[in-house]
Design a protein around this ligand. Structure first.
Ligand SMILES: C[S@@+](CC[C@H](N)C(=O)[O-])C[C@H]1O[C@@H](n2cnc3c(N)ncnc32)[C@H](O)[C@@H]1O
Length: 149
């Protein structure tokens, strides 16, 4: 991570409470919500349980951004091995940060109000920027970059 200072700030908080993060004076100092911004949810939304409503969390951020802003999401998905992914998720749920892999359709749904750019659909992070095809029979991290219309 880059060191804080100047136009870089690090704030601590719970991503499930975006309204608290948005109150941060440090965030207000460095972000001009009248200009396009990039919201990056890199491998974090799969730590939000279904009943904690990741889509609603994104909706709160979306209310703050202007068209032309970007949304990056990368998210665990069962891939070609749903049984293995379910077993892994079950084991992970005993940890302090349980994980909730989601289907491609559920992850795609996070991009409401966006057009996908760079890739036209969700891709695995191992395919991103390459001609590689994801290995089969493994759980995957799916990702896309959207631009709010
Ligand atoms: C897989 S790491 C991804 C980190 C970084 N975004 C990246 O792509 O390298 C997931 C991070 O999410 C954090 N995390 C999990 N649940 C969180 C929550 N409710 N609020 C804030 N951070 C959370 C974990 O502590 C961990 O640092």
């Amino acid at each position: 991570m880059l060191p804080a200072g100047g136009n870089i700030v690090v704030i601590t908080g719970d991503l499930r409470e975006p309204w608290e993060l948005l109150k941060s004076p440090e965030l207000k100092r460095v972000i001009d919500w009248g200009e396009p911004v990039a919201l990056m949810f890199a491998s974090v939304l799969h730590f939000v349980a279904d009943n904690e409503n990741a889509k609603e969390i994104l909706a709160i951020w979306r209310e703050h951004v202007v068209p032309g802003s970007y949304l990056l999401v990368s998210h665990a998905s069962p891939g070609e091995n749903p049984e293995g992914a379910a077993r892994a998720a079950q084991a992970w749920r005993r940890s302090r940060t349980p994980i909730y892999p989601r289907s491609p359709a559920e992850i795609q749904d996070f991009f409401v109000g966006c057009e996908l750019v760079v890739t036209r659909e969700l891709v695995t992070t191992s395919e991103w920027g390459t001609d590689a095809v994801a290995a089969e029979r493994q759980a995957v991290i799916l990702a896309a970059l959207g631009r709010y219309c």
